[in-house]
Design a protein around this ligand. Structure first.
Ligand code: SF4
Length: 329
């Protein structure tokens, strides 16, 4: 919490008390939003934490599919999303009708498969799935939970799917979706940064394409990155290939290190425009107005079943970890 509260932060904290709200914020939110949150986390942590919220209201500072997940897992709560237009390019890349047609085609061809779906997907797509995964539990589900005699249709993130193929050795049918942020890191700039920062370590999210992951000393989701960096006691330079707001969280937890964001091809900051839709003003307004609110949709019933058995009743989750790819240089 900031030492001196500005007006808007004070208003948010007052509203939080008066309406009985818990604020959840994703690591890709601006630092000023993470700072006022009760809980920060990646998709998996926030989904699990949402089930434990006891206040009547959850204010979800993230994108739509995350707020929907919180509603599905804790349906008696009023879930507010500061901006309903906060979407995700991965969600957009996998329309449910298209997935349904593809599944029907595979079945018509006699293929026995299960659909493993990254949590960055719509509720309708989750409802068409056998398993929901995040970068934190994906390896475990692929290794241990999908029967060995089934093929895997992995949707919608082709890069995470390809990475999982490499680390588990399990072949998959990959959907061709991708994250607009992680897809466009500049390899050219990354190689240059490695040269100018000898001894620096590259930490990369598995949503990045292979040409970036090949240069990484560590590959993992945001929660796994925090743990990895925290294990380094000596001051180290980390070149970070994920949404740049993550560096706020890393700097807060392990300030002994230096963090440099890997730039995008077209944009030096490479921030997620969907996450950036949430602002302190919109957080205050949604608490004042009690909207935008996530309402229960018919597809939530089936999606909730899949979410619950995938994320809430798993065996011990296995973090996606150390690179499966040979280092590029
Ligand atoms: S960073 Fe990528 S995956 Fe995450 S919300 Fe933005 S577009 Fe979606």
């Amino acid at each position: 919490m900031p030492a001196v509260l500005d007006d808007i932060t004070s208003e948010i904290l007052d509203l939080k008390k008066s309406i009985g709200a818990t604020i959840l914020a994703h690591y890709y939110q601006e630092g000023e939003i993470q700072e006022i949150a009760d809980i920060t986390g990646d998709s998996l942590k926030l989904a699990r934490e949402a089930t434990k919220v006891e206040t009547p209201v959850i204010v979800f500072c993230g994108v739509l599919f995350m707020a929907e997940t919180a509603k599905m897992l804790n349906p008696s709560k009023k879930v507010l999303l500061p901006d309903l237009k906060a979407g995700c390019s991965l969600v957009d890349s996998c329309p449910p009708e298209k997935l349904h047609r593809y599944q029907e085609m595979l079945r018509a061809n006699g293929r026995k498969f299960q659909t493993v779906t990254y949590i960055n997907s719509s509720a309708s797509v989750k409802a068409l799935s056998d398993w929901i995964v995040t970068s934190g539990n994906a390896e475990d589900v692929v290794r241990n939970r999908v029967p060995a005699d089934c093929e895997i249709l992995f949707v919608p993130d082709q890069h995470l799917g390809r990475y999982l193929q490499e680390v588990t050795g399990r072949e998959m049918i990959l959907w061709d979706g991708s994250c607009m942020v992680h897809e466009i890191f500049s390899v050219h700039d990354l190689v240059k940064m490695k040269r100018t920062n000898p001894g620096a370590q590259v930490i990369a999210h598995p949503e990045c394409p292979r040409n970036i992951l090949e240069h990484a000393e560590f590959i993992g989701g945001t929660e796994a990155m925090i743990v990895y960096v925290g294990k380094h006691k000596e001051p180290t330079t980390f070149l970070v290939a994920t949404e740049p707001n993550m560096m706020w969280q890393l700097e807060s937890r392990s300030p002994q290190h230096k963090y440099l964001g890997v730039p995008g091809i077209t944009c030096a900051c490479n921030k997620c425009p969907h996450m950036a839709r949430n602002t302190l003003e919109k957080i205050r307004d949604c608490m004042r107005n009690g909207s935008p609110e996530i309402h229960w949709q018919p597809e939530f019933d089936r999606a909730k079943e899949v979410l619950t058995r995938s994320l809430l009743n798993p065996p011990v989750p296995v973090a996606v970890k150390v690179s499966a790819y040979p280092h590029g240089d």
